[in-house]
Design a protein around this ligand. Structure first.
Ligand code: GLY
Ligand code: MN
Length: 419
């Protein structure tokens, strides 16, 4: 079995990593795993300027940080910043507030067109959970000239007048928010403006996305080399997670989907606990998140290393559908053009194979859309209008034939997605 050497290689590599990142091991580790490529404050400032340009007269955008979510007792879930807040500030702490004003106004005697509020430094808390940015740190990361700690903000007059229109989501509880919580906010418009900004990636964002995708492809390749009957779905997940973390990715962009056998037909399977047997397919849908940007790559692998004739037939049909979809990813095409092309290929193929009798039945086995935007979120913000240069979308048709489907049982438990 290849399973044992794989994990031997794992522990050898782990102990090496503790001293120095190896240059040649069974995985290729990127050389630049430091954080030097984080987006600079100038990027955040530019994004706030772009948001300001979309605000109407007397418009004020009000954005809150994500909240800490309690898991149980005194343990919280790992904090993950709200993507809009990260995009506009680069501040990845909870209890922070950003106000973007259309017109400049006086705050503490200074004319400003934006205001950032963050948690105060707190020596006792920082002993437990590490250093906070504080106002000076947040100012350096975000480029917001007027950055205040929550205490100072509580003693600052809110620079709002009767003509102002406030746009934003529900404001959570917390000291930084006390002054703005009672105000009425309009939500839908801000979501639309943020979608307009985020669907159009800037070159420096694409650098980070390419890196997230390169890490994820390396994880898929490593899994292909490691995969063998006798492994479990969670061991497959461990291989992927190892490559992500060792390559500098801070998070998974979404829970890894590693579904073998019948689970290959479960679209968002996240349990990842079952054994992988010879003859099974494994759908591996995973994405490293690097400096906020996530990849989303799916491969379907035969656990034994070889497809059965039926698996190969469905795999090739799926690949043909994906290629037809990719061919439609052209500026000016409707967002759903790749989906239409992929659906046509799958419908015709399934009819040809006798799995369905009429192309209209294709929805039984291809049950989701083909594309979504990709970026800070795996299903990223965007308006789903015509495709434009600078956008990033996925192309991921899928064919899923669960056990009990009304077709020859030789097709059952074949689930194939390529992305
Ligand atoms: N990676 C999961 C999805 O795109 O839905
Ligand atoms: Mn996807």
């Amino acid at each position: 079995m290849r399973f044992v050497p794989l994990f031997a290689a794992f522990s050898a590599t782990l102990s090496l990593c503790a001293q120095e990142l190896p240059r040649t091991t069974w995985i290729t580790l990127p050389k630049d795993t430091v954080d030097a490529d984080k987006l600079p404050a100038a990027f955040r400032t530019g994004r706030r300027e772009a948001l300001r340009a979309l605000l109407p007269e007397h418009g004020v955008a009000v954005l809150s940080a994500a909240t800490i979510k309690n898991r149980s007792n005194d343990v919280d879930y790992e904090f993950h910043q709200d993507p809009d807040f990260h995009y506009l500030t680069g501040v990845d702490e909870p209890e922070a507030l950003l106000l973007v004003f259309k017109e400049p106004r006086l705050v503490r005697g200074e004319p400003v067109n934006e205001l950032l509020v963050v948690r105060d430094r707190d020596a006792r808390s920082e002993v437990w959970t590490g250093e906070r940015l504080g106002a000076p740190g947040a100012k350096a990361v975000s480029g917001v000239s007027m950055t205040l700690g929550a205490q100072a903000f509580a003693g600052t007059d809110l620079p709002l007048g009767p003509k102002d229109r406030l746009f934003g989501g529900p404001v959570p509880a917390g000291k930084a928010y006390d002054q703005v919580r009672p105000l009425a906010l309009e939500k839908a418009d801000l979501d639309r403006w943020m979608a307009e900004l985020r669907e159009q990636k800037l070159p420096e964002e694409l650098v980070l996305m390419r890196k997230a995708i390169a890490i994820t492809c390396e994880a898929e390749r490593t899994l292909m080399r490691a995969l063998a009957p006798g492994m479990t779905e969670y061991q497959a997940e461990a291989v992927v997670q190892y490559v992500f973390t060792a390559s500098g990715a801070e998070h998974e962009g979404y829970p890894s989907i590693l579904g073998g056998g019948a689970h290959s037909c479960v679209l968002h399977y996240e349990t990842n606990r079952a054994a992988l047997k010879a003859g099974d397919l494994l759908v591996s849908d995973v994405g490293a998140e690097y400096h906020g940007y996530t990849a989303d790559v799916t491969r379907t692998l035969p656990v034994s290393g070889t497809f059965s004739p039926e698996q190969r037939t469905i795999y090739e049909l799926e690949l043909q559908a994906q290629e037809a979809g990719i061919a439609q990813v052209r500026a000016g095409n409707a967002f759903h053009a790749p989906h239409l092309a992929a659906t046509t290929v799958i419908a015709e193929g399934l009819v040809r194979l006798g799995i369905i009798q009429d192309p209209g039945e294709v929805k039984r086995y291809f049950v989701h859309g083909t594309s979504h935007y990709l970026g800070l979120d795996v299903h990223d913000a965007g308006r789903y209008g015509p495709l434009r240069p600078g956008q990033v979308i996925t192309v991921e048709p899928g064919i899923y034939i669960p056990e009990g489907s009304p077709c020859d049982p030789k097709w059952w438990n074949i689930g194939v997605r390529i992305e």
